[in-house]
Design a protein around this ligand. Structure first.
Ligand code: FAD
Length: 385
């Protein structure tokens, strides 16, 4: 594996630092964190400021709002966003997941109209795959899109969504052929969330970020809203999962939480006994998370996406981050979990509540292991070098 950080990434990281340290960034972040709804507040103004600085889509081609940078620039960017306390979910979902799929599989018109706007946060997107009865078993989705003249009519319900309240568009998986196979009858649409018939309701969550339930009742969309071919949804979803499950955002959060816990535990000198051993173990696991994540991203950049490899990285990074959050609360005690005036206090308290969802979101751990093991990810020599 060769994850040398090129000089351009070092320069990019310094530029990101400068933007994130700027007083305007700090003020916009404070506005988000001080709102009653905390991290679930509307981060778009903050993101627009970052997008205006041209840092949010480093790996995209220049003509689509990026910088044609190496994947290590994306790793550096996410590490820094998390370390500076910038809520990262809308960014990851809109730019990293939906945007990257548009780049890889969208029409030239979709790339030209949507990507620069998404890199600037003038347009944001969320993902509507999960339904009340279909999460891991996504091939069973029942939301339908039926042809209607020159367009389509969508009916159904999606759930456990993050960020639809702040998104302009939703990448939505629907059934277009109820008679055909479970897989071939699925298509993807980019649905404008302000269309008549779309209702978004909040769902409580243990974590800071709320879920949403989304109801579609006779929602009319143009033919333009179709993403890819009719019936090509399943292969596009698989393609997106291979790119989404890099584990990068889980690794970045886990590393940040470990850094905060380590700083507290070593404040009065090196920790001894079990705590020192646990700290070393978590540091090793987080280093492994970074390597796995970088390997997936390098393979994606080279056109070698592999769903099994991605699933394994997502499993490792999310399980590691979850263990760190729970270990921090066990080790530092309940007192630390009381929200305090320091940013670090708040982060570990929120991490404790966010941790359970990490091994479910983006694909549950059991399912990730199932995909990884069925593809013999360790036997083909690609994860062991
Ligand atoms: C924080 C968070 C954010 C999310 N954001 C979004 C979003 O933005 N958009 C969206 O569409 N969805 C989102 N989801 C939903 C998420 O994708 C689903 O919760 C997930 O796919 C699991 O589906 P489910 O909840 O229906 O559980 P189920 O699929 O019912 O699974 C329940 C349990 O059974 C296990 N299981 C299921 N199938 C198998 C199998 N074949 N083998 C072994 N074990 C199995 C699972 O691992 C899990 O432990 C989010 C979820 C979370 C927690």
């Amino acid at each position: 594996m060769d994850f040398d950080v090129p000089p351009e990434t070092v320069e990019f990281a310094a530029e990101v630092d400068e933007v994130l340290r700027a007083p305007r960034t700090a003020r916009l972040l404070r506005d988000v964190l001080e709102r009653q709804d905390g991290m679930d507040g509307d981060v778009r103004e903050l993101y627009r400021h970052l997008g205006g600085a041209g840092i949010l889509a480093p790996s995209w081609p220049v003509e689509y709002g990026g910088r044609a940078a190496d994947f290590t620039a994306t790793v550096a960017l996410l590490e820094k966003l998390v370390a500076y306390g910038i809520p990262q979910n809308l960014y990851c979902i809109s730019v990293q997941n939906v945007g990257s799929l548009i780049l890889a599989a969208g029409s030239e018109r979709q790339r030209r109209t949507l990507l620069p706007a998404m890199a600037a946060t003038d347009v944001t997107a969320c993902i509507l795959f999960t339904e009340p009865e279909h999460g891991s078993d996504l091939a069973g989705i029942t939301t339908t899109a039926v042809r209607d003249g020159a367009g389509w009519v969508i009916n159904g319900r999606k759930t456990y969504n993050l960020k639809s309240a702040y998104a302009d568009l939703a990448l939505c998986a629907v059934r277009t052929d109820p008679q055909g196979s479970r897989y071939e009858g699925i298509s993807l649409f980019l649905v404008p969330l302000d269309a008549p018939g779309v209702v978004i309701r909040p769902l409580p969550s243990l974590a800071d970020e709320q879920f949403h339930d989304i109801w579609f009742t006779d929602v009319h969309v143009d033919e333009d809203a179709l993403f890819g071919r009719v019936g090509a949804g399943w292969s596009l979803i698989t393609q997106m999962f291979a790119a989404e499950r890099t584990g990068l955002d889980y690794y970045a959060r886990g590393r940040h939480w470990l850094d905060i816990a380590a700083e507290r535990l070593t404040r009065d000198g090196p920790p001894s006994g079990l705590v020192g051993a646990d700290l070393a173990r978590h540091r090793t696991r987080i280093a492994a998370s970074r390597l796995l994540s970088c390997q997936v991203m390098q393979n994606l950049q080279e056109g070698n996406a592999d769903i099994a490899e991605s699933s394994f990285a997502k499993w490792h990074c999310s399980e590691t981050a979850q263990r760190i959050a729970w270990w921090a609360s066990d080790t530092l005690g309940l007192e630390l979990l009381e929200p305090g005036p320091g940013v670090g206090d708040r982060v570990l308290e929120a991490a404790f509540r966010e941790a359970p969802g990490m091994t479910i979101s983006g694909g549950a751990s059991e399912v990730m292991l199932d995909i990884a093991s069925s593809a013999h990810v360790f036997d083909n020599g690609r994860t062991g070098d």
